[in-house]
Structure formats: C-alpha cells, structure tokens
Design a protein around this ligand. Structure first.
Ligand SMILES: [Zn+2]
Length: 167
C-alpha cells in the first residue's frame, strides 16, 4: 500500500503559534539540516568554524558520551540552537504580507515532515537581502548569481512584479 502523501498547508506566524507548531518546525529544521546524508549541519567546531561540521546524530551521540571536544581542541556547538531558530523564524515571518510559510504534515498533529518559507518583495529588495545576508563575505559571487537569476526570471516573464524568495 502506498504511503499517504503529506498534506501541505500555508500558515502565518500567528497560526503557527496558535496551533503550537513552532516546536515541531524547529525540530524539523534541525533534523533536515542536520542530516548526515544531506547538509550535515548538526554542529560546528568552535575553532575551525563551519569548515568542520558534524551531523546532528553524531553531535547527539558525542553529547551523550560527553565527547564534545574536537580533535583540534575546539568544541562542537549546535549549528541551529532552538532559541536562535525560534528568534529567526519569528523575525522572518513577522509580517504576513511579506512572508510565506508552507509546512508538510508529518502524520501527527505536532509533527512536521517538511517546510519552506520565504519573503515576498520586489526583485531589487530581494537582491539586496540575498547579497547582504547570504553572500556578505562573497559579494561578487552573490551579485553574479543574482544577475543570472534576474536573467532567468526575465526570460520567463517573471520580473516586474513581486517575487518570492524561498529560504
Ligand atoms: Zn576542530
């Protein structure tokens, strides 16, 4: 028998809070980005930074065994601590006119199996957001990727109105 497909729902931040789904979203974020087969962003070394990351599973195992010290002498710290994620989610979704959140139900009321969220803005505004945050240390690369994106959106006739930026 086939698994039922996940149900997708668009939510505002206040709906997310009212339905008590914020903890589930945080947990889902940590699991997805901390997965060893994909992003492997569970924890990073305090000395080497994000150049040395381990999966969430490995981080939890090391934590249980009290082995959080890296071979280089640094300490493994979580990439996405729950409190920081909560602040970020609240900040990025605070304006329902300018942000979108879509979640995929994970079968139970509180469980979330997938999600995406983004901002709605004019292209120039989005370009600034991306170049200033994601590429703050690699501005040239950011601008060149944004030019490519702009060209592709233009070819599809999608420029000239608000566009969505998915994070
Ligand atoms: Zn290290």
């Amino acid at each position: 028998m086939l698994e039922p497909s996940p149900r997708f729902r668009a939510l505002t931040l206040s709906e997310l809070k009212r339905q008590n789904l914020l903890p589930g979203l945080i947990e889902s974020y940590q699991k997805i980005f901390g997965d060893g087969d994909i992003w492997k962003e569970g924890a990073y070394c305090s000395s080497e930074g994000w150049g040395n990351v381990i999966s969430l599973e490995e981080y939890n195992k090391r934590k249980d065994e009290a082995k959080l010290r890296c071979e280089c002498g640094g300490l493994f710290r979580p990439c996405y601590p729950a409190e920081e994620l909560e602040e970020r989610i609240k900040e990025e979704l605070h304006d329902p006119e300018k942000s979108i959140l879509v979640i995929a139900d994970g079968g139970t009321k509180e469980k979330i199996s997938g999600f995406l969220w983004g901002n709605i803005a004019e292209f120039d505004e989005i370009e600034q957001m991306i170049v200033n945050s994601r590429y703050s240390l690699r501005r040239d690369q950011g601008l060149s990727e944004m030019n490519l994106l702009k060209r592709k959106l233009g070819e599809k006739g999608l420029l000239g109105g608000p566009v969505s930026l998915w994070r």
